[in-house]
Every structure is written in structure tokens, then in C-alpha cells.
Design a protein around this ligand. Structure first.
Ligand code: CCH
Length: 292
């Protein structure tokens, strides 16, 4: 692979499939880490490197992978993502020709697909930037806030209410860590499988404020083991958000379809059109599909 970088070659879809396959392999070598998978934290890395986009100034987004640099790497919202960046650094050693933005977003795609989620259209073309391209702190959402905050953050990226709700379902995956965000616990009982359980649980469980010293978060009354952030719970309280959240709770296929589209868009934010390797995004194969 190192020879390839030196020879100034143009990678094909097949070359990216090899990177995808390596990510899939490493994702499962998490041992005792969390729920035994790096999948959720890789999804979060892909989202945080893209969700800094500001439509008005056309800055931020996945193009330059500026989270590699201070101060962005130190932004409070990115706490814990050094773990995901470290996993990716190991992969980069085998494929030195890939840009960090392509690598991190492909990591999100791979994680979603390998955790039984929908196919996420993806293409290559992001380039590495510099520390001067870092975005200011405060562009990512704050879980302790409400509907107005969610709208101001996501409208800034160019998304609407339906898309905000569709993206939020990624919280079916992973968990909060008290030493990262201050919040604690998983949203669902299956944090390494992509399902619409996040929406189902929002409506089916009774949510009460957790009594503890940490930041305000909700707990399910029945088991007390699941959590919702104030920004999650607001999807059931705000009239416009609620309509979409209910539809996704009732229909996993609908959510898969809408999530795939909006997550793919999220990962492309801030990348100039003329940088893309292809006009039409690619659909990468899952490991299972390749072994058939
Ligand atoms: Fe998120 N998220 N997220 N989130 N998130 C956290 C963890 C994950 C918010 C806050 C938090 C999206 C949207 C929001 C994931 C994907 C997405 C945590 C815990 C907080 C807090 C961090 C910790 O302690 O480790 C807020 C607020 C919003 C507002 O909308 C979107 C959009 C996505 C992807 C599409 C994933 C996955 C995780 C789990 C990470 C892990 O390490 O398990």
C-alpha cells in the first residue's frame, strides 16, 4: 500500500472497499471496551467531523478533518473521540493514501452497515486540511438543551425538522460516558445494533428525571438502566418533531430509508462538488455480502 501512495495512484472503489473491510475487522477487536465494539464511537466520529458545517459561511464539515488539530480536538463535545481517531490511525497505516475525512466518514458508513443498519451511499474526495481550518467551538449540539437549540444547530447545517429527527435515531447505538459528556448510560438494550428502538422506547417507556449528581437526564421508570438526554426527549414534546418520531417508531423501514439519505448528506457537508471522485455515490458491500 505504501508503494501505491508513492506511485501517485488513483484509488478505485475496490481500494476503498479494502479500507471498509479493514475497518469492519478492527471494529470488532474492541475486547472489553464498552459493549465490545468500536462501531458506535466510529459513528460519532463521522458525525462530529461533519456536523461542524455552517451553510452561511460554507465552513466546517468533513472536508478537512480538522478534529486532528487543537483546538478542535479539545472541544468539550469531542471528548472521548481520541479513541475513535486512534482506531482510525491504525487503519491509515495500511492505507496511507486515503484522506482523513474520507477515512473517518467511511468509518461511519462501515459501522452503520456492519451493525445491521441500512446501506449508506458514500463517495471519496475529501482532502486533508490544516489547523487554520479548525472550526470554532459551539457548533455541535448540547444535550442539556431543548427544541430551539436543536433547530438552530441543525438548520445551520441546512437540515429540516424531519431530518433532525431522522438523524437522532443514531442514538440507538452506543452510550454516554460520565468521563466524556457527564451523561451516563445507553439509550437502548441493543447498543451495537441499528434498530428503531430509540423511537419506540421514547414513546413506550415512561421517562422520569434521574435522581443523581450528574447533569439532568431521563431514566426509564421500569428498569432505570436506559437514558435519554433532554434533547432526545424533546422529540416527543415538540409537535413537529413528534410527528416524525412517531412515524419512525411505527416503521423501521421508513426510518432506515430516511436515515440512510440524511446520514449520507451529513457526511458530504462542506466538500466542494468538484472534489468528488464520482457523480453518483457508491454503495459499499458488507462483509457478509462479500462472503456469499
Ligand atoms: Fe449523539 N451524543 N448527539 N448523535 N451520539 C452522544 C453519543 C452518541 C447528542 C449528544 C450526545 C447525534 C446527535 C446528538 C451518536 C450519534 C449521533 C453523547 C454521549 C452525547 C452527550 C457522549 C459520551 O459521553 O460518550 C446531541 C445533543 C445530539 C443532538 O441532536 C447524531 C445526529 C448522531 C449520528 C447521526 C452516537 C453513535 C453516540 C454513541 C457514542 C459512543 O461512544 O457510544
Amino acid at each position: 500500500q505504501a508503494a501505491k501512495a508513492a506511485a501517485n495512484f488513483t484509488p478505485t472503489k475496490d481500494d476503498y472497499q479494502k479500507v471498509y473491510n479493514k475497518i469492519a475487522e478492527v471494529m470488532d477487536e474492541a475486547g472489553e471496551y464498552d459493549d465490545g465494539s468500536f462501531g458506535p464511537v466510529l459513528v460519532r466520529l463521522a458525525w462530529h467531523c461533519s456536523g461542524t458545517y455552517d451553510k452561511a459561511s460554507n465552513t466546517g464539515g468533513s472536508n478537512f478533518a480538522t478534529m486532528r488539530f487543537e483546538p478542535e480536538s479539545l472541544h468539550g463535545g469531542n471528548k472521548g473521540l481520541h479513541i475513535a481517531r486512534g482506531v482510525m490511525e491504525g487503519i491509515k497505516k495500511d492505507f496511507p493514501w486515503i484522506s482523513y475525512g474520507d477515512l473517518w466518514t467511511l468509518g461511519g458508513v462501515c459501522a452503520i452497515q456492519e451493525m445491521q443498519g441500512p446501506k449508506i451511499p458514500w463517495r471519496s474526495g475529501r482532502i486533508d486540511g490544516f489547523d487554520k481550518d479548525c472550526t470554532p467551538d459551539g457548533r455541535l449540539p448540547d444535550g442539556s438543551q431543548g427544541a430551539d437549540h436543536l433547530r438552530s444547530i441543525f438548520y445551520r447545517m441546512g437540515f429540516n425538522d424531519q431530518e433532525i429527527v431522522a438523524l437522532s435515531g443514531a442514538h440507538a447505538l452506543g452510550r454516554c460516558h460520565s468521563d466524556r459528556s457527564g451523561f451516563e448510560g445507553p439509550w437502548t438494550f441493543s447498543p451495537t445494533t441499528v434498530t428503531n428502538d430509540y423511537y419506540k422506547l421514547l414513546f413506550e417507556e415512561k421517562w422520569v428525571w434521574r435522581k443523581w449528581n450528574g447533569p439532568k437526564q431521563l431514566a426509564d421508570k421500569k428498569t432505570g438502566t436506559l437514558m435519554m438526554l433532554p434533547t432526545d426527549y424533546v422529540l416527543t414534546q415538540d409537535k413537529s418533531f413528534k410527528k416524525y418520531a412517531k412515524a419512525y417508531a411505527d416503521d423501521q423501514e421508513l426510518w432506515f430509508k430516511d436515515f440512510a439519505k440524511v446520514f449520507s448528506q451529513l457526511l458530504e457537508l462542506g466538500v466542494p462538488e468538484n472534489q468528488w471522485a464520482t457523480t453518483e455515490p457508491w454503495i459499499m458491500k458488507t462483509i457478509d455480502e462479500q462472503s456469499e
